[in-house]
Every structure is written in C-alpha cells, then in structure tokens.
Ligand binder design. Sequence first.
Ligand code: PGA
Length: 250
Amino acid sequence: MRKKVIAGNWKMNMLPNEAIQFIEEFSPLVKESNNEIILCMPYTDLFYGLLTAQGTNIKIGAQNMHFEDTGAYTGEISGKMLKSIGVEYVIIGHSERRQYFNETDETVNKKIKKAFENELRPIVCVGETLEQREEGKTEEIITKQTELALQGLTNEQVENTIIAYEPIWAIGTGKTATSDDANNSIKAIRSKISENYGQNVAQRVIIQYGGSVKGANARELFEMSDIDGGLVGGASLKPEEFAKIVNYNK
Ligand code: PGA
C-alpha cells in the first residue's frame, strides 16, 4: 500500500512570523494523521519553519533549487544549501516556474538529479494546458514530461521521486479535474513508469494530484485507486483548511 503524501505549496506567500504561527496552529490539528505531511515554503521561511516543526510530524520542503551546488549564479539557491539547513523535500518544475522562469524538461531533469545527490526528495510537477487537453493530447504530454524528467535516474531514485500531476488549467482556478479524469491521467503516468522502470517501481512511486484541491474535494480525489495524495496551493495557506485536507480520511 502506498502512503498518502500531502504537500502544501505556499508559493510566494507567508512571512516568517506567519509561517511560525501557521505551524503552531496547524501541527496540533494533524498530529494524529498517518499521512505524510510536507509544507513547501519560500526560502526566507525555511529556517523558521524547520525550527518550529521540530518534534512534529510535519516535514519541510523548498519550492525550487538550482542544478549546480555552487557557482556564479546570482540570486540562486542550491540543493546543497537546502540540505545544509535540514530541508528534506523540494518541488521541481512547477508549471509556474516552467511558464514564468523558463524552466524546461532539461533543467527539470538536471535539478532532480542534483536533488538526489544532495539527499533531497523531489516533488516533480507535470501537467497539460487547457489547449493541450482540448486537443486530446493530455496523456501524450504528461507521459512525455514524466519520461524526460526521470531520464537517467536509477530505479531506486525513480521510486523515491514524488510526482505531482497538476493540470495547468486547474491550478488556482477553482476548477478541479474530476476524480476519474485525474485518476486516469495518473494511471497513464504510472504505466509509462512501469514500461521504463518495471512494475515494482511503478507500483511504489507516489503520484499526487494538484489543482484546486480543498477540504471539500480531498476525500473524493484521494480515495481514487492511483491518486496518492495532493499538492495543494491556495488551500494550504489556512491551517484549518489544510488540516481538513490532511485529515480527509478521519
Ligand atoms: P492550487 O495550486 O491548489 O491553488 O490550485 C496548486 C499548485 O499550484 O501546486
């Protein structure tokens, strides 16, 4: 049985004092949960987040990293730096980074490899645009993105990658893929992984759904056969709402 992994993606929100307050309010609400809980926060919150989450069942992640350890890359943060302060997870290739910051399948692949070198667990985002969906290309796009993202990884690394299937048209729009649609897309990703890395790896890899997940729809989505939890944006900014999502099975 795959564990459910539920990650919040705060995006460019939350000051350190707000992050601390969030964790203080949120952690008692989810302390009984048997799901894996991750908060992916801005770089400036990470240190405070790590300290405040100590002794709780909440793990801390970043939202991006560079694909080199050090060097002349003004303004960038490396996986090695994240690891050095105790970060355990990192989102790679979110559609907003692909769209606004020229993230490509190639940089995504490099970053994932570097994340593993630094013992960070990557949460890798894939997803189709509305146009691609309307052209009937969803499966082709998301399986290709997955294939390129994972290229050159060992079976063990693939097994430890968390994939987040996030249809771009569902992000921040209030439109959610139907649970059947999301499940079918995730099945397609899993079967591509099975083709390339074998059935065992495919059965173990965590594949989340993301895109307007909220307390009211989490249960229906997460109870589907292939949806192993979620990557949650807007609804992860409020402790009570995010706790409802994490506690969907309570
Ligand atoms: P949303 O964002 O939950 O606000 O739609 C999800 C994401 O971008 O990861």
